[in-house]
Structures are given as structure tokens and as C-alpha cells.
Design a protein around this ligand. Structure first.
Ligand code: HEC
Length: 131
């Protein structure tokens, strides 16, 4: 009877170990930001292709993808103490909200071009502050 109980009692330690590892892996945030940025760059390449050859379904998808990438980046920095992290989180959150709202509105080539220019200016302004 004792053995199975002992095995079960390991599970809180296991959970604690996973938590400690999750926290210790903090520097990996930088690597994930890079990967989200790589996705944003790829999505920007797609956006340019859609501008050259417009269709509203692809335009909507691109804005949805910016929104989810930006939301993921915002979540990554949320709840972290530093001023830089707070600002990054709020900038990404704002970008996510803008891209999400755009994706839900009807898009034509002109409105997509305008929204894309706004997204690109968010990329630029954050990069000039933090990159
Ligand atoms: C809120 C801030 C912020 C916004 C908005 C932002 N970026 Fe970045 N970006 C960064 C930071 C910070 C880095 C540097 C990351 C690093 O080196 O760890 C970076 C790096 C990059 C890189 C280089 C990645 C690498 O492999 O070194 C690319 C490409 C990039 N961003 C593309 C974009 C595009 C495209 C957009 C807009 C659609 C965008 N970013 C919006 C903060 C931002």
C-alpha cells in the first residue's frame, strides 16, 4: 500500500519542478520574441503580395495574423515588472487591437493599404525605441 502512495506524493514535487524550470527559462523570452518577429516579417511579406494582387479574404487573414502575433507578444511581456516590458506589452496590445478591429471591418484595397501603413509605422516606432 505504501509504494503507490509514495509515487502519488511525488506529483506536487513534479509540479514544483516544472514551475521552477518555467521561471528559470526566462531568457528564452528573448528567443520567442525573435520568433514572433520572424512571423511578423513573413506576414509583412504576404501583406505586400496582397497589396500587389488584392483579395479581401487574404487581407483579412493577414490582419488576423498580425493580431494574434501581437497578442502573443503582449502576453509574453504582461505582468513583468520593468518599464520596458510594460511598454512593450502595451504597444503590442495596441497593435493587436488595431489589427483585430481592421480584420473585422470590410476591407478593400484602399482600407487595407491604410491599415498596413499603420501597422508598419507601429513596427518602426517600436524598433526605433527598443530594437
Ligand atoms: C512593441 C515593439 C515592437 C513592435 C510593435 C514590433 N517589433 Fe519587431 N522587434 C522588437 C524588438 C524589441 C526586437 C529585437 C528582438 C531581439 O533581438 O531579441 C525586434 C526585432 C524584429 C526583427 C528581427 C528579428 C531577428 O531575428 O533578429 C524583425 C524581422 C522584426 N522585429 C519585424 C517586425 C515587424 C514586421 C513588425 C510589425 C508588423 C514588428 N517587428 C513590430 C519590437 C517590436
Amino acid at each position: 500500500m505504501r509504494k503507490p502512495q509514495a509515487a502519488t506524493s511525488h506529483s506536487p514535487y513534479y509540479i514544483a519542478t516544472v514551475l521552477v524550470l518555467t521561471i528559470a527559462v526566462g531568457p528564452a523570452f528573448a528567443a520567442s520574441l525573435k520568433s514572433i518577429m520572424g512571423d511578423m516579417r513573413d506576414n509583412t511579406t504576404s501583406a505586400k503580395a496582397v497589396l500587389a494582387n488584392f483579395d479581401s479574404a487574404s487581407a483579412k487573414q493577414i490582419m488576423q495574423r498580425y493580431a494574434s502575433e501581437a497578442q502573443a507578444a503582449s502576453d509574453m511581456f504582461a505582468g513583468q515588472g520593468g518599464a520596458k516590458e510594460k511598454d512593450l506589452s502595451s504597444r503590442f496590445k495596441q497593435l493587436a487591437a488595431m489589427a483585430d478591429a481592421t480584420s473585422q471591418a470590410p476591407l478593400n484595397k484602399a482600407s487595407f493599404r491604410k491599415a498596413f501603413a499603420e501597422v508598419a509605422s507601429e513596427c518602426k516606432s517600436c524598433h526605433s525605441a527598443y530594437k
